[in-house]
Write a protein that binds this ligand. Structure first.
Ligand code: GTR
Length: 324
């Protein structure tokens, strides 16, 4: 019996020491294809990790959402079945309440202000809550602002009335559409083009690079600049896997994420302008909305209901609003 136990124990010790020396092989989920700023940035992240860790952490990126839908991939990263993802914070809200701050319509005044909020106390609170849930943010990406697109122009909240609008997976977005009298339809990103084409939905909402890159503009006529959501994205890693790395490897991975984010933000500013020009050249009518007041007024109900049900979110809302 004792002999058996010592055999098992020595086996376990051997496994541990093997693990300590073995290279980490990390899979990275990316929903986007070539031509989207995040794809180049995630490739750069992989190159930098592979180089700066001298192959101790080997990273391979899977583009085009081939590892699953965003909600699935989030679950996989939480479990450690996939190690890293480039996630939009919208679908993180249902898992980590604090992340919902960024999914409140019109919460930010601009992208730079959104980054200042993330770099401040509100960002620290969100990051900690995400890490506790198993999705540790290493760096933040720019994803511009999301606006509505449909066959018809959407210049006022009344124009949304009766329309079936695709949203990401988050109750705040269903409330947002319902508050304007529309019918929200949560759906995976990969299904949206077909749904627009066949009339399963009348419209959707996204930024210019996503609108262009997966062909939503090919089956739509109007893009109306409501800019109702400014949602950041992250390079997020499974918390346990990251914490299990040596401090030097952690610094290398974090450095690679920060470098990739700097690159992504620069590419975003160029490519989102290019995406707009391309869809306009292809016949999309872009409608500027001079007064977003009526959209903001329609969202008061969304805030009231959400904060009544989640009073602990008031502090984050106040922190965001107090940020210049
Ligand atoms: C894009 C975002 C994706 C995904 C998508 C969607 O802008 O980069 O991660 O969230 O929107 O609408 O599902």
């Amino acid at each position: 019996m004792l002999k058996k136990l010592s055999l098992v124990l020595s086996g376990a010790v051997m496994c541990l020491s093997l693990n300590a020396n073995a290279a980490e092989n990390w899979r990275v989920w990316n929903i986007h294809n070539d031509g989207h700023p995040n794809t180049g940035a995630m490739d750069l992240f992989a190159d930098m990790v592979n180089t700066t860790t001298a192959g101790e952490v080997k990273v391979e990126v899977f583009h085009g959402g081939v590892l699953g839908s965003q909600p699935d991939a989030l679950e996989q990263v939480r479990l450690g079945a996939i190690e890293v993802g480039n996630f939009n914070l919208g679908p993180i809200g249902p898992i980590v309440k604090e992340a919902n701050l960024v999914s409140l319509p019109f919460i930010f005044k601009s992208v730079p202000q959104m980054f200042r909020v993330l770099d401040g106390e509100a960002g620290d609170i969100m990051s900690k809550a995400m890490a506790d849930a198993g999705i540790l943010p290493l760096a933040w990406f720019d994803a511009g602002a999301r606006s509505f697109y449909a066959q018809k122009a959407i210049n006022t909240p009344d124009d949304v009335k009766g329309l079936k609008i695709r949203v990401m997976n988050n109750n705040l977005y269903t409330s947002m559409i319902s508050a304007m009298g529309g019918n929200p339809s949560p759906m995976a990103f990969s299904e949206v083009q077909q749904a627009l084409k066949t009339g399963v939905v009348d419209g959707a909402e996204n930024n210019f690079p996503s609108f262009k890159n997966v062909g939503h503009y090919e089956v739509t006529k109007n893009y109306s600049m409501s800019e109702h959501l400014i949602i950041p994205e992250c390079i997020c890693v499974n918390t346990k896997k990251f914490n299990a790395l040596s401090p030097a490897l952690q610094a290398a991975v974090r450095g690679a994420a920060k470098g990739a984010a700097l690159y992504q933000r620069a590419m975003w500013s160029v490519q989102s302008g290019q995406a707009r020009a391309e869809v306009e050249a292809a016949g999309i009518k872009v409608n500027e909305i001079a007064d977003k007041g009526p959209f903001q007024d329609a969202m008061v109900k969304v805030y009231d209901e959400y904060l009544a049900a989640n009073p602990d979110m008031k502090k984050l809302v106040e922190l965001a609003r107090a940020t210049k």
